[in-house]
Design a protein around this ligand. Structure first.
Ligand code: GCV
Length: 692
């Protein structure tokens, strides 16, 4: 039986051999990220740690242009540029970087170097850049014990046990990487927050990081545990309307700002997945958020209050955030932002946008994207996520009629709101290549570029990243860019096509487990796919849960009507019989099988594409990616087998002959246990073996 054969021995040997061997000029562990084309000899960071010195050092070390580079911090402030924008003025003998602030100069410097590396330096002309979002935020789900919730790149980057004494070079490298993209905020700890982070001892550790990040324009935030007054403050309650509790938070904020004067504020997960919150005391989300907002307001801080809430009793989890938040629309203080995941469930490979974006008309809202690939193959699968995020930002909510995109709502453009932000859950750990998979670096990169300019295309961002990370040779760039651009849609095809969602095994959200039950109904795949003898899919129409009614017209009708519902979301909104006739004339069953097959074939094709470009890549990165592409192709087969052989127990329909035959039975697959601890990526050798 092939199921647990130790796999990939040959390829692993190749990895080990590569760095001693002579086949390629250099080994490359990927640590240099997108600076690789520029500083192959190692990072030459500035010795002097001021923003201007850092910018000057980058130019001195890495600018190869013939023109001199001039920095101008403008004496008369330019209203267009604001605090972070810049202007690059290209002339024959000089390039001027103009900005109101030193941070603007630094961002302009990184733009200039990016242009150099990607062939976009102008002979003459002016480029003006201003970020679309004011707060461009990474959310780290890192715990004090160094584990990272849903992190697949080793342990936490923050070595709490050796801070504040020991300062690792990687802290500054991290700040530089973020500055090169324009990311200006970082929340250091998990939203499932340990109260210890607010103790004086930990604030001293946080201060060290904040001091290192500051010259790179990067501000520190913390996730807080709502019950901190009880846990570390010695109070009997954490009720937000209790005056001692409010006073405790006021004092705590003052203490934090005395240590970190430019502290950004708090991120809060409250009354969600067991976290404490104002509802524990019969209070509301607005009561909780506003109490914290008042504490940080005197210091210019903000509160990002998450809307990720759901209730095991609710008939449709996709509706819960709106049910809980819409009653408080307009009731939040002006330094509160409600942080909403892109979709209404939980970072699935495809979700419609969360209806809450359209429903909160008088509240500042921001989008939370997931950079770490919790549901998209962890750090084993190559999936370029920008197309998924852009799908959400470009979506039209019709809040104020046509043209009310999630992007324009969250940038503040639609309502003219000054406070605006976007967040991404980081995929960064202490692994040498930062993100676990060399191509996962592209998602950190893409998030940063998108947060600066949400109108950039997925293609342009991929193009930039490839040229800086690998090579600008067209014979490498073109096929790899095509692969990246297709990879998200393809993951949808082989994991959960046509609006299926949450069919994961509960063991780490890695592989399939559509048959699994759970102690909580809404943690069970069956709750979401509702497969049975009569068909499959979640009826969210007005005859079902009514979720379509949370979208503004014409979307409510579009999604609710089978004739008009996009087929890519059809099983998200409708429950359909297995032999339902799709627009193509095929049955639903055959279409599902064919879509999975497309995903399987394309994933296998990545291996060939990667083989074709081998000569452009150093041995180390080539081998490390190759091992993962092989696993990805096998996982695509595993997903199809598990989903369709299980669904077959209801449909009794055959897998079409033009599809590859499943390699395992339902009985065999339902016994697979991959035992993931601490949210890690499972070892390759415990995954089911597949013949490609
Ligand atoms: C940080 C999902 C994840 C959890 C995560 C949660 C959240 O449920 O599986 O690990 O917790 O989302 O976003 O709060």
């Amino acid at each position: 039986m092939r199921l647990f054969k130790i796999l990939l021995l040959a390829s692993m040997t190749a990895v080990l051999a590569s760095c001693n061997g002579t086949a390629k000029p250099e080994c490359n562990d990927g640590h240099q990220l997108w600076f690789y084309s520029m500083d192959q000899d190692g990072m030459n960071l500035s010795e002097e740690k001021t923003t201007m010195a850092i910018a000057a050092n980058e130019v001195r070390e890495y600018w190869h242009g013939e023109q001199a580079v001039l920095f101008n911090v403008l004496e008369t402030k330019d209203d267009v540029l604001g605090p972070e924008g810049y202007r690059l003025v290209f002339g024959k003998d000089a390039v001027a970087v103009d900005a109101n602030t030193e941070t603007g100069i630094l961002y302009g410097t990184y733009d200039l170097l990016r242009r150099q590396e990607t062939g976009k330096v102008l002979k003459e002309g002016t480029v003006t850049e201003v970020p679309a979002y004011q707060y461009r935020v990474l959310n780290h789900w890192d715990n004090p014990d160094l584990t990272v919730e849903r992190g697949y790149a080793g342990q936490s980057l923050w070595k709490w046990e050796t801070l504040p004494e020991t300062v690792l070079p990687v802290y500054e490298e991290y700040a530089r990487a973020n500055a090169s993209l324009g990311i200006n905020c970082t929340v250091l700890n998990n939203v499932n927050a340990d109260p210890v982070i607010l103790t004086p001892e930990y604030l001293q550790k946080v201060k060290v990081l904040a001091d290192i990040f500051r010259p790179y324009g990067l501000k520190v935030f913390l996730s807080i545990n709502f019950a901190s007054p009880k846990h570390i403050g010695g109070l009997k309650t954490s009720d937000p309307l209790d005056k001692d509790v409010a006073e405790w938070w006021n004092k705590k904020a003052a203490e934090i700002y005395s240590v970190i004067p430019d502290f950004g504020g708090f991120l809060v997960k409250a009354n969600s997945e067991g976290q404490s919150g104002p509802q524990d005391y019969g209070r509301t989300h607005a009561d909780g958020a506003n109490m914290l907002a008042k504490a940080v307001k005197p210091f210019g801080g903000i509160v990002m209050w998450r809307a990720f809430v759901y209730d095991p009793q609710a008939p449709d989890r996709a509706m819960q955030a709106s049910l809980e938040f819409v009653p408080f629309d307009g009731k939040f203080d002006d330094n509160v932002i409600v942080q909403i995941k892109n979709g209404p469930i939980d970072f699935q490979p495809r979700e419609p946008f969360s209806p809450l974006f359209g429903q909160l008309e008088n509240t500042t809202v921001m989008a939370e994207m997931q950079i770490t690939q919790e549901y998209l193959g962890h750090s084993n699968h190559l999936v370029y996520l920008h197309p998924m995020w852009k799908e959400c930002l470009d979506a039209d909510t019709y809040q104020k009629g046509e043209g009310s995109t999630v992007r324009d709502i969250t940038t503040g453009k639609l309502h003219g709101r000054p406070l605006n932000a976007i967040a991404g859950v980081a995929n960064i750990g202490d692994s040498t290549n930062w993100c676990g998979h060399h191509f996962a670096q592209a998602n950190w990169y893409a998030f940063g570029r998108m947060a600066w300019d949400p109108e950039l295309s997925s293609e342009d961002i991929a193009d930039e990243w490839i040229k800086q990370t690998f090579t600008d040779d067209k014979d490498f760039v073109d096929p790899i860019k095509a692969l990246m651009l297709e990879s998200r849609e393809n993951t949808v095809r082989y994991e959960m096509p046509m609006g299926l969602h949450h069919t994961f095994s509960s063991e780490g959200h890695y592989g399939p487990g559509p048959w699994e039950g759970s102690i909580r109904p809404d943690w069970s795949p069956k709750y979401y796919h509702k497969a049975g003898p009569d068909g499959v899919g979640f009826d969210r129409t007005m005859n079902g849960s009514g979720n379509v009614g949370q979208y503004h017209e014409p979307l409510a009708s579009l999604y609710g009507n089978l004739e008009t519902c996009p087929e890519e979301l059809i099983l998200w909104f409708h429950h359909l019989p297995w032999d339902y006739k799709m627009k193509s004339g095929e049955t639903l069953w055959d279409t599902l099988c064919h879509t999975f097959q497309q995903g399987i074939d394309a994933a296998a094709g990545y291996i060939d594409t990667w083989a074709d470009v081998r000569k452009f890549v150093d041995e180390q990165r080539w081998n490390e990616v190759n091992v993962k592409l092989i696993r990805q192709a096998k996982d695509a087969l595993w997903w199809r087998d598990a989903t369709m052989v299980y669904f077959q127990t209801f449909s009794n329909m055959p897998i079409p002959e033009d599809c590859s035959a499943p390699q395992y039975t339902f009985e065999e697959l339902s016994k697979v246990r991959i035992n993931i601890t601490n949210y890690e990526t499972p070892d390759l050798d415990v995954l089911p073996e597949y013949e490609l």
